[in-house]
Design a protein around this ligand. Sequence first.
Ligand code: COA
Length: 166
Amino acid sequence: MQKAIYPGTFDPITNGHLDIVNRANLLFDQLIVAVVKSPPKACLFPYNERLDLAKKVTKNIKGVEVLGFEGLVIDFARQNKADVIIRGLRTMSDFEYEFKMALTNKSLAPAIETFFLMTQPQYSFISSHLIKEVALLGGDLNKFLPEAVFDAVNKKVDEGCGWKNN
Ligand code: COA
């Protein structure tokens, strides 16, 4: 049985991430969406809300589970007996960062492979950071976000929220 994890900050989870989840789910027997607890960047959504939104928008996708994690991604993969780390590649600018991360993980855990899926063109320019910026400046995010996430982002904007570290 091939088990994969798809780790990320998911601040918040977008249609671009969901596209990767759906496609990876067709390739592996089990898929865990792994939400990192303390990413090295400021977040709009605290950890519990990033986790809840990821759970909400994947709840009807059979074979997909959402879990949170702390520490190294390879330790989380080992604990969950996963063989593969999934990452989405959008543009050339993703490549260098992803390449370094994949090589670091490979040298720490040679048995675990990183598997890249090319993002579909309609999602290739989406990033959580840009989505938050558009939202805070009053732009329409309807086509970039699942409905529950769209509502949650608008609520944050109405509350006048900024970026948080955890
Ligand atoms: N569609 C839309 N957006 C996408 C996307 C896709 N398919 N794929 C990535 N993104 C965006 C994210 O929204 C995010 O945007 P932002 O930077 O504007 O917020 C950006 O691309 C990258 O985010 P993400 O994919 O969540 O990765 P990350 O760099 O935030 O997190 C981890 C990477 C969690 C996998 C990494 O930090 C990690 O493994 N941490 C654990 C500690 C560890 O093991 N460190 C050593 C690693 S070598």
